[in-house]
Ligand binder design. Sequence first.
Ligand code: MLT
Ligand code: ZN
Length: 457
Amino acid sequence: MNATILDDLRAALPQLSLLTEAADLEHYGRDWTRRWTPAPLAIALPTTVEEIAAIVRWAREHKIALVPSGGRTGLSGGAVAANGELVLSLEKMRSTLEYDPVDRLLTVQAGMALETLRSIAAGHGLQYPVDFAARGSASIGGTVATNAGGIQVLRHGNTREWIAGLTVVDGRGEVLRLNRGLVKNSSGYDLRHLFVASEGTLGVIAEVTVRLADRDPPASTVLFALPSFAAIMPVFAALRDRLRLQSFEFFDACALKHVLHAGAHAPFDQPYPYYAIADVDADEAGLLEVFEACVNEGRVEDGLIAASDAQASALWRLREGITESLAPHTPYKNDVVVRTPRMPAFLAEAQSLLGAAYPDFEVAWFGHIGDGNLHINILKPAALSQADFVQACERATKLLSECLQRHGGSISAEHGIGLVKKPYLHQTRSDAEIAAMRGIKAVFDPDGIMNPGKVFD
Ligand code: MLT
Ligand code: ZN
Protein backbone atom coordinates (compact mmCIF):
# COMPACT_ATOMS: atom_id res chain seq x y z
CA MET A 1 0.00 0.00 0.00
CA ASN A 2 2.74 2.52 1.06
CA ALA A 3 4.87 1.45 -1.89
CA THR A 4 1.98 2.10 -4.31
CA ILE A 5 1.31 5.54 -2.86
CA LEU A 6 4.99 6.45 -3.01
CA ASP A 7 5.27 5.19 -6.58
CA ASP A 8 2.38 7.47 -7.43
CA LEU A 9 4.11 10.43 -5.73
CA ARG A 10 7.36 9.68 -7.58
CA ALA A 11 5.48 9.52 -10.86
CA ALA A 12 3.63 12.78 -10.16
CA LEU A 13 6.77 14.64 -9.00
CA PRO A 14 9.80 12.92 -10.52
CA GLN A 15 12.25 15.70 -9.44
CA LEU A 16 11.16 15.63 -5.78
CA SER A 17 13.75 14.38 -3.33
CA LEU A 18 12.13 11.69 -1.17
CA LEU A 19 13.60 9.79 1.79
CA THR A 20 12.24 6.42 2.89
CA GLU A 21 15.10 4.75 4.81
CA ALA A 22 14.19 3.66 8.37
CA ALA A 23 16.83 5.98 9.89
CA ASP A 24 15.36 8.96 8.01
CA LEU A 25 11.80 8.11 9.06
CA GLU A 26 12.99 7.98 12.65
CA HIS A 27 15.01 11.21 12.38
CA TYR A 28 12.37 13.36 10.65
CA GLY A 29 9.39 11.83 12.42
CA ARG A 30 10.17 13.31 15.82
CA ASP A 31 10.81 16.59 17.54
CA TRP A 32 12.43 17.26 20.92
CA THR A 33 9.49 15.75 22.86
CA ARG A 34 10.70 12.15 22.33
CA ARG A 35 7.37 10.75 23.50
CA TRP A 36 5.91 9.32 20.30
CA THR A 37 7.37 6.60 18.12
CA PRO A 38 8.05 8.13 14.71
CA ALA A 39 6.21 6.38 11.86
CA PRO A 40 5.94 8.66 8.82
CA LEU A 41 5.21 7.41 5.31
CA ALA A 42 8.24 9.21 3.84
CA ILE A 43 10.09 12.51 3.90
CA ALA A 44 9.67 14.99 1.03
CA LEU A 45 12.34 17.65 0.61
CA PRO A 46 11.01 20.32 -1.76
CA THR A 47 13.21 23.18 -2.97
CA THR A 48 10.66 25.73 -4.21
CA VAL A 49 7.24 27.14 -3.33
CA GLU A 50 5.84 25.59 -6.50
CA GLU A 51 7.13 22.17 -5.48
CA ILE A 52 5.48 22.55 -2.06
CA ALA A 53 2.22 23.47 -3.77
CA ALA A 54 2.47 20.41 -6.02
CA ILE A 55 3.05 18.14 -2.99
CA VAL A 56 0.06 19.62 -1.15
CA ARG A 57 -2.21 19.21 -4.18
CA TRP A 58 -1.03 15.62 -4.59
CA ALA A 59 -1.61 14.93 -0.87
CA ARG A 60 -5.05 16.47 -1.04
CA GLU A 61 -6.00 14.33 -4.00
CA HIS A 62 -4.76 11.16 -2.27
CA LYS A 63 -5.97 12.14 1.24
CA ILE A 64 -2.46 11.87 2.67
CA ALA A 65 -1.75 13.79 5.87
CA LEU A 66 1.21 16.20 5.77
CA VAL A 67 3.46 17.25 8.65
CA PRO A 68 5.42 20.44 7.88
CA SER A 69 8.87 20.15 9.37
CA GLY A 70 11.63 22.66 10.17
CA GLY A 71 14.40 22.16 12.74
CA ARG A 72 12.14 19.91 14.89
CA THR A 73 13.28 21.63 18.10
CA GLY A 74 9.64 21.98 19.17
CA LEU A 75 8.68 20.97 22.70
CA SER A 76 4.96 20.23 22.23
CA GLY A 77 4.95 17.48 19.62
CA GLY A 78 3.78 19.80 16.82
CA ALA A 79 6.22 18.29 14.29
CA VAL A 80 5.76 14.65 15.30
CA ALA A 81 4.79 12.24 12.49
CA ALA A 82 3.65 9.01 14.14
CA ASN A 83 0.72 7.98 11.90
CA GLY A 84 1.92 7.40 8.36
CA GLU A 85 2.03 11.08 7.41
CA LEU A 86 4.22 12.51 4.67
CA VAL A 87 6.75 14.80 6.36
CA LEU A 88 7.31 17.94 4.29
CA SER A 89 10.74 19.11 5.38
CA LEU A 90 11.95 22.62 4.59
CA GLU A 91 15.53 21.53 5.08
CA LYS A 92 16.53 22.24 1.46
CA MET A 93 14.97 25.71 1.54
CA ARG A 94 17.45 27.81 3.48
CA SER A 95 18.43 30.63 1.13
CA THR A 96 18.19 34.39 1.38
CA LEU A 97 15.75 35.72 -1.22
CA GLU A 98 15.96 39.47 -0.77
CA TYR A 99 17.35 42.21 1.47
CA ASP A 100 15.66 45.59 1.34
CA PRO A 101 17.92 48.10 3.14
CA VAL A 102 15.40 50.96 2.87
CA ASP A 103 12.54 49.21 4.65
CA ARG A 104 15.04 46.98 6.50
CA LEU A 105 13.30 43.79 5.42
CA LEU A 106 14.93 40.43 4.96
CA THR A 107 13.14 37.71 2.99
CA VAL A 108 14.35 34.13 3.39
CA GLN A 109 13.18 30.62 2.67
CA ALA A 110 11.50 29.21 5.76
CA GLY A 111 14.02 26.41 6.36
CA MET A 112 16.79 28.85 7.26
CA ALA A 113 18.04 28.45 10.84
CA LEU A 114 17.24 31.28 13.24
CA GLU A 115 20.94 31.70 13.99
CA THR A 116 21.77 32.15 10.28
CA LEU A 117 19.07 34.76 9.91
CA ARG A 118 20.35 36.57 12.99
CA SER A 119 23.89 36.63 11.66
CA ILE A 120 22.75 37.91 8.24
CA ALA A 121 20.95 40.73 10.08
CA ALA A 122 24.11 41.46 12.09
CA GLY A 123 26.09 41.56 8.83
CA HIS A 124 23.84 44.45 7.76
CA GLY A 125 24.55 46.25 11.07
CA LEU A 126 21.05 45.43 12.36
CA GLN A 127 19.41 42.72 14.45
CA TYR A 128 16.59 40.22 14.24
CA PRO A 129 15.56 40.40 17.87
CA VAL A 130 13.99 36.97 18.42
CA ASP A 131 16.49 34.70 20.15
CA PHE A 132 16.56 31.50 22.19
CA ALA A 133 18.90 28.65 23.01
CA ALA A 134 17.86 26.38 20.08
CA ARG A 135 18.82 29.11 17.57
CA GLY A 136 21.31 26.88 15.75
CA SER A 137 18.72 24.26 14.76
CA ALA A 138 15.30 25.96 14.94
CA SER A 139 14.09 27.06 11.49
CA ILE A 140 12.58 30.47 10.95
CA GLY A 141 9.42 28.82 9.57
CA GLY A 142 9.08 26.79 12.77
CA THR A 143 9.48 29.93 14.88
CA VAL A 144 6.63 31.53 12.94
CA ALA A 145 4.49 28.38 13.21
CA THR A 146 4.81 28.47 17.01
CA ASN A 147 5.10 32.26 17.47
CA ALA A 148 8.34 31.51 19.30
CA GLY A 149 9.34 33.72 22.20
CA GLY A 150 12.67 33.40 23.98
CA ILE A 151 14.94 35.64 25.97
CA GLN A 152 14.34 39.00 24.26
CA VAL A 153 10.55 39.12 24.36
CA LEU A 154 10.59 41.50 27.29
CA ARG A 155 12.25 44.20 25.19
CA HIS A 156 11.20 43.29 21.65
CA GLY A 157 8.08 41.12 21.72
CA ASN A 158 7.76 37.67 20.21
CA THR A 159 8.02 36.42 16.64
CA ARG A 160 4.64 37.78 15.53
CA GLU A 161 5.81 41.40 15.96
CA TRP A 162 8.61 40.92 13.42
CA ILE A 163 6.78 39.21 10.57
CA ALA A 164 6.24 41.61 7.69
CA GLY A 165 5.20 39.03 5.14
CA LEU A 166 4.68 35.32 4.59
CA THR A 167 4.41 33.12 1.55
CA VAL A 168 2.37 30.10 2.51
CA VAL A 169 0.89 27.13 0.70
CA ASP A 170 -2.43 26.39 2.36
CA GLY A 171 -4.13 23.01 2.65
CA ARG A 172 -5.91 23.57 -0.68
CA GLY A 173 -2.55 23.90 -2.42
CA GLU A 174 -3.07 27.65 -2.96
CA VAL A 175 0.00 29.89 -2.76
CA LEU A 176 -0.83 32.96 -0.65
CA ARG A 177 1.58 35.91 -0.50
CA LEU A 178 0.47 37.59 2.72
CA ASN A 179 1.14 41.27 3.45
CA ARG A 180 4.23 41.42 1.16
CA GLY A 181 6.34 43.50 3.58
CA LEU A 182 3.91 46.40 3.83
CA VAL A 183 4.16 48.49 7.00
CA LYS A 184 0.51 49.52 6.79
CA ASN A 185 -2.21 47.43 5.25
CA SER A 186 -5.83 47.89 6.28
CA SER A 187 -7.32 45.85 3.47
CA GLY A 188 -9.40 43.43 5.49
CA TYR A 189 -8.42 40.42 7.58
CA ASP A 190 -4.69 40.05 8.19
CA LEU A 191 -4.31 36.41 7.15
CA ARG A 192 -0.58 36.54 7.89
CA HIS A 193 -1.35 36.52 11.60
CA LEU A 194 -3.56 33.44 11.29
CA PHE A 195 -0.53 31.49 10.10
CA VAL A 196 1.60 32.74 13.02
CA ALA A 197 1.16 30.11 15.79
CA SER A 198 -0.90 27.86 13.48
CA GLU A 199 1.54 24.95 14.06
CA GLY A 200 1.26 23.66 10.50
CA THR A 201 -2.49 23.11 10.76
CA LEU A 202 -3.46 25.60 8.02
CA GLY A 203 -0.64 25.18 5.54
CA VAL A 204 3.10 25.26 4.97
CA ILE A 205 5.06 28.42 5.68
CA ALA A 206 7.44 28.57 2.71
CA GLU A 207 9.03 32.04 2.77
CA VAL A 208 9.26 34.64 5.51
CA THR A 209 9.88 38.40 5.39
CA VAL A 210 11.10 39.78 8.71
CA ARG A 211 11.64 43.33 9.86
CA LEU A 212 15.10 44.09 11.20
CA ALA A 213 15.79 46.47 14.07
CA ASP A 214 18.60 48.71 15.29
CA ARG A 215 21.00 46.82 17.47
CA ASP A 216 20.53 47.13 21.22
CA PRO A 217 23.06 49.29 23.05
CA PRO A 218 25.86 47.37 24.83
CA ALA A 219 24.55 45.45 27.82
CA SER A 220 25.68 44.77 31.37
CA THR A 221 24.89 41.23 32.48
CA VAL A 222 24.08 40.52 36.12
CA LEU A 223 23.35 37.31 38.02
CA PHE A 224 21.60 37.58 41.37
CA ALA A 225 21.21 34.83 43.99
CA LEU A 226 17.78 35.03 45.63
CA PRO A 227 16.52 33.58 48.90
CA SER A 228 12.94 32.86 47.82
CA PHE A 229 10.43 32.73 45.00
CA ALA A 230 8.77 35.75 46.53
CA ALA A 231 11.88 37.85 45.86
CA ILE A 232 11.87 37.39 42.09
CA MET A 233 9.22 39.85 40.98
CA PRO A 234 10.32 42.67 43.35
CA VAL A 235 13.89 42.27 41.99
CA PHE A 236 12.48 42.39 38.45
CA ALA A 237 10.53 45.55 39.28
CA ALA A 238 13.61 47.19 40.87
CA LEU A 239 15.71 46.57 37.75
CA ARG A 240 12.94 47.60 35.35
CA ASP A 241 12.10 50.81 37.19
CA ARG A 242 15.69 52.02 37.63
CA LEU A 243 17.39 50.71 34.45
CA ARG A 244 16.63 49.81 30.80
CA LEU A 245 16.05 46.07 30.86
CA GLN A 246 16.87 43.96 27.80
CA SER A 247 15.99 40.61 29.36
CA PHE A 248 15.17 39.10 32.75
CA GLU A 249 15.15 35.35 33.35
CA PHE A 250 15.14 33.13 36.40
CA PHE A 251 16.02 29.56 37.33
CA ASP A 252 15.99 27.54 40.51
CA ALA A 253 18.60 25.45 42.32
CA CYS A 254 17.35 22.25 40.65
CA ALA A 255 17.83 23.69 37.14
CA LEU A 256 21.30 24.99 38.04
CA LYS A 257 22.28 21.67 39.57
CA HIS A 258 21.70 19.93 36.24
CA VAL A 259 23.53 22.59 34.23
CA LEU A 260 26.54 22.29 36.58
CA HIS A 261 26.37 18.53 36.30
CA ALA A 262 26.59 18.93 32.52
CA GLY A 263 29.89 20.81 32.95
CA ALA A 264 29.20 24.49 33.71
CA HIS A 265 31.06 26.31 36.50
CA ALA A 266 29.26 27.23 39.72
CA PRO A 267 28.73 31.00 39.83
CA PHE A 268 28.85 31.34 43.63
CA ASP A 269 30.67 29.57 46.48
CA GLN A 270 27.44 28.16 47.82
CA PRO A 271 24.07 27.19 46.32
CA TYR A 272 21.01 29.44 46.68
CA PRO A 273 17.34 28.55 46.13
CA TYR A 274 16.80 30.85 43.10
CA TYR A 275 18.74 32.92 40.59
CA ALA A 276 17.83 35.79 38.28
CA ILE A 277 19.90 36.78 35.26
CA ALA A 278 19.36 40.07 33.47
CA ASP A 279 20.81 42.16 30.66
CA VAL A 280 20.40 45.91 31.07
CA ASP A 281 21.64 48.77 28.88
CA ALA A 282 25.19 49.19 30.21
CA ASP A 283 25.11 51.07 33.52
CA GLU A 284 27.34 49.50 36.13
CA ALA A 285 26.77 52.25 38.71
CA GLY A 286 22.99 51.88 38.36
CA LEU A 287 23.27 48.10 38.66
CA LEU A 288 25.31 48.38 41.86
CA GLU A 289 22.74 50.74 43.30
CA VAL A 290 19.88 48.28 42.56
CA PHE A 291 21.98 45.40 43.90
CA GLU A 292 22.65 47.21 47.19
CA ALA A 293 19.02 48.22 47.60
CA CYS A 294 17.86 44.64 46.98
CA VAL A 295 20.44 43.25 49.43
CA ASN A 296 19.31 45.73 52.08
CA GLU A 297 15.70 44.68 51.57
CA GLY A 298 16.68 41.01 51.99
CA ARG A 299 15.72 40.12 48.40
CA VAL A 300 19.18 39.37 47.06
CA GLU A 301 21.81 37.24 48.80
CA ASP A 302 24.71 37.59 46.38
CA GLY A 303 25.40 38.93 42.90
CA LEU A 304 27.84 38.97 40.00
CA ILE A 305 28.23 41.59 37.30
CA ALA A 306 30.02 40.24 34.21
CA ALA A 307 33.33 42.03 33.65
CA SER A 308 33.73 40.90 30.04
CA ASP A 309 31.74 39.51 27.12
CA ALA A 310 33.21 36.08 27.86
CA GLN A 311 31.96 36.27 31.45
CA ALA A 312 28.55 37.44 30.30
CA SER A 313 28.32 34.47 27.92
CA ALA A 314 29.37 32.11 30.72
CA LEU A 315 26.60 33.48 32.95
CA TRP A 316 24.04 33.16 30.13
CA ARG A 317 25.13 29.57 29.54
CA LEU A 318 23.81 28.79 33.04
CA ARG A 319 20.34 29.76 31.82
CA GLU A 320 20.57 28.64 28.21
CA GLY A 321 22.06 25.24 29.06
CA ILE A 322 19.04 24.18 31.13
CA THR A 323 16.97 22.50 28.39
CA GLU A 324 19.89 20.41 27.16
CA SER A 325 21.02 19.45 30.66
CA LEU A 326 17.51 18.26 31.60
CA ALA A 327 17.02 16.27 28.37
CA PRO A 328 18.48 12.99 29.74
CA HIS A 329 15.70 13.03 32.37
CA THR A 330 12.99 13.10 29.67
CA PRO A 331 11.30 16.04 31.39
CA TYR A 332 7.60 16.71 31.10
CA LYS A 333 7.49 20.36 30.08
CA ASN A 334 5.05 23.04 31.04
CA ASP A 335 5.22 26.45 29.38
CA VAL A 336 2.72 28.62 31.20
CA VAL A 337 2.05 32.34 31.22
CA VAL A 338 0.06 34.75 33.36
CA ARG A 339 0.03 38.53 33.48
CA THR A 340 2.98 39.57 35.61
CA PRO A 341 0.97 41.16 38.46
CA ARG A 342 -0.65 37.72 38.89
CA MET A 343 2.70 35.96 38.97
CA PRO A 344 3.38 35.93 42.76
CA ALA A 345 -0.05 34.45 43.59
CA PHE A 346 0.10 31.99 40.70
CA LEU A 347 3.63 30.89 41.60
CA ALA A 348 2.76 30.26 45.23
CA GLU A 349 -0.36 28.28 44.31
CA ALA A 350 1.32 26.29 41.52
CA GLN A 351 4.29 25.43 43.68
CA SER A 352 2.17 24.20 46.54
CA LEU A 353 -0.18 22.16 44.37
CA LEU A 354 2.69 20.45 42.54
CA GLY A 355 4.57 19.90 45.81
CA ALA A 356 1.49 18.35 47.44
CA ALA A 357 0.55 16.20 44.44
CA TYR A 358 4.07 14.95 43.65
CA PRO A 359 6.39 15.35 46.63
CA ASP A 360 8.85 12.79 45.18
CA PHE A 361 9.24 14.33 41.74
CA GLU A 362 12.12 16.65 41.01
CA VAL A 363 10.80 19.83 39.41
CA ALA A 364 12.97 22.45 37.68
CA TRP A 365 11.47 25.95 37.64
CA PHE A 366 12.89 28.48 35.22
CA GLY A 367 11.93 30.82 32.43
CA HIS A 368 11.40 34.26 31.02
CA ILE A 369 9.53 35.43 34.06
CA GLY A 370 9.85 39.13 33.15
CA ASP A 371 7.16 38.56 30.48
CA GLY A 372 5.04 36.29 32.71
CA ASN A 373 6.28 33.05 31.10
CA LEU A 374 7.41 30.22 33.32
CA HIS A 375 8.80 26.80 32.38
CA ILE A 376 7.99 24.06 34.85
CA ASN A 377 9.88 20.88 33.95
CA ILE A 378 8.97 17.73 35.87
CA LEU A 379 11.83 15.20 35.77
CA LYS A 380 11.24 11.49 35.41
CA PRO A 381 12.43 9.45 38.41
CA ALA A 382 14.70 6.71 37.02
CA ALA A 383 12.59 3.95 38.60
CA LEU A 384 9.30 5.07 37.04
CA SER A 385 8.23 3.84 33.60
CA GLN A 386 7.76 6.51 30.92
CA ALA A 387 4.05 5.66 30.66
CA ASP A 388 3.41 5.98 34.42
CA PHE A 389 5.45 9.17 34.51
CA VAL A 390 3.49 10.79 31.68
CA GLN A 391 0.21 9.77 33.29
CA ALA A 392 1.24 11.35 36.59
CA CYS A 393 2.42 14.51 34.81
CA GLU A 394 -0.84 14.77 32.91
CA ARG A 395 -2.71 14.74 36.22
CA ALA A 396 -0.37 17.47 37.48
CA THR A 397 -0.87 19.50 34.29
CA LYS A 398 -4.63 19.30 34.70
CA LEU A 399 -4.28 20.84 38.17
CA LEU A 400 -1.90 23.45 36.79
CA SER A 401 -4.20 24.33 33.91
CA GLU A 402 -7.13 24.77 36.33
CA CYS A 403 -4.93 27.04 38.41
CA LEU A 404 -3.97 28.97 35.26
CA GLN A 405 -7.61 29.34 34.34
CA ARG A 406 -8.29 30.88 37.76
CA HIS A 407 -5.46 33.36 37.12
CA GLY A 408 -6.46 34.16 33.53
CA GLY A 409 -3.30 32.64 32.07
CA SER A 410 -2.47 30.31 29.18
CA ILE A 411 -1.22 26.71 29.04
CA SER A 412 1.23 27.64 26.29
CA ALA A 413 3.24 30.84 26.13
CA GLU A 414 5.71 30.05 23.35
CA HIS A 415 6.02 26.28 22.76
CA GLY A 416 2.62 25.80 21.16
CA ILE A 417 -0.14 23.27 21.82
CA GLY A 418 0.90 20.47 19.44
CA LEU A 419 0.02 17.07 20.90
CA VAL A 420 1.28 17.64 24.44
CA LYS A 421 -1.06 20.43 25.50
CA LYS A 422 -4.08 19.53 23.34
CA PRO A 423 -6.09 18.11 26.28
CA TYR A 424 -5.83 21.44 28.11
CA LEU A 425 -6.63 23.84 25.25
CA HIS A 426 -10.20 24.29 26.48
CA GLN A 427 -8.92 25.68 29.76
CA THR A 428 -7.16 28.52 27.94
CA ARG A 429 -9.59 29.12 25.06
CA SER A 430 -13.40 29.22 25.24
CA ASP A 431 -15.64 26.79 23.32
CA ALA A 432 -16.62 29.63 20.99
CA GLU A 433 -12.96 30.41 20.30
CA ILE A 434 -12.13 26.78 19.57
CA ALA A 435 -15.17 26.53 17.26
CA ALA A 436 -13.89 29.63 15.40
CA MET A 437 -10.45 28.03 15.10
CA ARG A 438 -12.02 24.89 13.61
CA GLY A 439 -13.93 27.06 11.15
CA ILE A 440 -10.71 28.82 10.08
CA LYS A 441 -8.98 25.47 9.60
CA ALA A 442 -11.86 24.26 7.42
CA VAL A 443 -11.39 27.28 5.12
CA PHE A 444 -7.66 26.80 4.55
CA ASP A 445 -7.56 23.02 4.89
CA PRO A 446 -10.97 21.66 3.83
CA ASP A 447 -9.75 18.06 3.64
CA GLY A 448 -7.97 18.12 6.99
CA ILE A 449 -4.59 17.05 5.59
CA MET A 450 -2.47 19.70 7.32
CA ASN A 451 -0.87 18.35 10.48
CA PRO A 452 -4.05 16.57 11.61
CA GLY A 453 -4.49 15.89 15.32
CA LYS A 454 -2.30 18.81 16.38
CA VAL A 455 -3.71 21.70 18.49
CA PHE A 456 -7.25 20.17 18.40
CA ASP A 457 -8.90 17.05 16.96
C1 MLT B 1 13.72 27.70 27.35
O1 MLT B 1 13.29 28.84 27.54
O2 MLT B 1 14.87 27.38 27.69
C2 MLT B 1 12.83 26.69 26.68
O3 MLT B 1 11.80 27.37 26.00
C3 MLT B 1 12.18 25.89 27.76
C4 MLT B 1 12.20 24.47 28.02
O4 MLT B 1 13.11 23.71 27.66
O5 MLT B 1 11.24 24.04 28.71
ZN1 ZN C 1 11.46 29.37 26.87
